[in-house]
Write a protein that binds this ligand. Structure first.
Ligand code: PMP
Length: 392
């Protein structure tokens, strides 16, 4: 545990909160929280469950109604042929990812993932004493992993390859052809488990759709584990429900870990998650259109700034511009040497909170999460534009 670090994203959010409490006008582009609620049917289901809550322990794997609602949800995404025995639940995708790592990795085993990566991946590996194989994916390759890179990595036989699509922090989404090409590589390397952390799967723009390795190559089902969650899709991050669909042996391992650690998801959470997954899907559908428009505004603004390189993401609610053109310059006499300086000076001078790219392993960039209240988005972007114009 001596190696464990608190989340770098939370550190920025805390600093922004402190400045706000001191009366500063802060626009937060930092933490990746949805700005919407799941809809009245979810609260109605939760209230109903409360009214008749048995208060007893529940199933370690997850209630049958929840597993069935999840199966219905993933069938709509394009997964077919899965049963309850392929599924398990956890306290959000974060807990699921930790449990998967605990189940699949022994100390000293290697986990491979593309960089930039969601910060928690490194934290989980560190806590468990696993080795990390980083696969660098710079902005010049749109932050995406290439088949050749994956081939070389899997040739070293890592125990686990952890894949994230749509991606946090870059917002990038792999097309059907790109997923097919990576699936071909995975098929060549049978010694590696593949985890696909795809919790932003409903937030995909430009009609490119969500694709998974197992949809294109069903024979990979015996070692690909799909991870999902209600947090981002339905605006329910604090409810804490996450899922897998994968090989029966892995779902069983997670069920055993649940029996050791948590016993079961709370009954009220279960009822709310069932309502979200199996009920009307107008919230995620509406959000997809809204976020696509926001993405367009952020990317256009960032690319209009001389020197900034901002690849256009197709999903999630993040944009990840390369702002390294600012390094070595000063803002009103304050020197900016790197991404951390950039974010600190931007926050102090303009009241805009972003997360430094180094938190995700890419120190040339920063992450903009664009789920703030609608009216704040143009305000924050204008302040960033001004900030760049004032650099000398
Ligand atoms: N994976 C990714 C890529 C994420 O961005 C997040 C949340 N920020 C999670 C997993 C964890 O989600 P949950 O709230 O379901 O634990």
């Amino acid at each position: 545990m001596g190696n464990a670090k608190p989340s770098a994203i939370m550190a920025v959010a805390e600093k922004a909160k402190k400045l706000k409490s001191e009366g500063r006008d802060i626009v937060s582009f930092s933490i990746g929280v949805p700005n919407f609620l799941p809809g009245e049917h979810v609260y109605a289901a939760a209230r109903e469950a409360l009214a008749k809550d048995s208060g007893q322990y529940g199933s370690n794997r997850g209630a049958d109604a929840l597993l069935d609602a999840f199966l219905k949800h993933i069938e709509a995404l394009g997964f077919t042929g899965y049963t309850r025995m392929n599924c398990a639940t956890g306290i959000g995708a974060k807990h699921i990812l930790y449990n998967l790592a605990e189940a699949l990795l022994d100390p000293g085993d290697t986990i491979a993932y593309a960089v930039p990566f969601w910060t928690t991946y490194a934290d989980i590996a560190e806590v468990l004493g696993a080795k990390i194989l980083e696969l660098p994916c710079p902005s010049s390759q749109d932050y995406k992993l290439t088949p050749a890179q994956l081939d070389a990595a899997l040739a070293t036989k890592p125990k686990v390859f952890l894949f994230n699509n749509p991606n946090n922090p870059t917002g990038m989404v792999y097309t059907r052809d790109e997923i097919a090409a990576l699936a071909d590589v995975i098929a060549k390397h049978p010694d590696t488990w593949v985890i696909t952390d795809d919790i932003y799967n409903t937030m995909v723009f430009d009609g490119i759709g969500y694709h998974n390795f197992v949809m294109l190559r069903p024979e990979l089902r015996d070692r690909v584990i799909f991870v999902d969650s209600i947090s981002k899709t339905y605006g329910m991050p604090g409810w804490r429900a996450g899922f897998i669909a994968g090989p029966e042996v892995v779902a069983k391992a997670l069920t055993v870990l649940n029996s050791t650690h948590i016993t079961n998801l709370p009954e009220v959470v279960t009822a709310a998650a069932v309502a979200a997954l199996a009920g009307p899907q107008d919230v995620p559908t509406a959000k997809r259109a809204e976020f696509q428009a926001r993405r367009d505004l952020v990317v256009a603004t960032m690319n209009a700034i001389p020197g900034v390189v901002c690849p256009k993401p197709q999903g999630a609610f993040y944009v990840f511009p390369d702002i390294s053109c600012a390094f070595g310059k000063s803002h009103k006499g304050v020197k900016i040497a790197n991404d951390v300086d950039f974010c600190n000076v931007l926050l102090e001078a303009k009241g805009v909170a972003c997360v430094p790219g180094s938190a995700f392993g890419e120190p040339r960039s920063l992450r903009i999460s664009y789920t703030c209240p609608e009216a704040q988005l143009p305000v924050g972007l204008e302040r960033i534009r001004e900030f760049f114009a004032e650099l000398a």
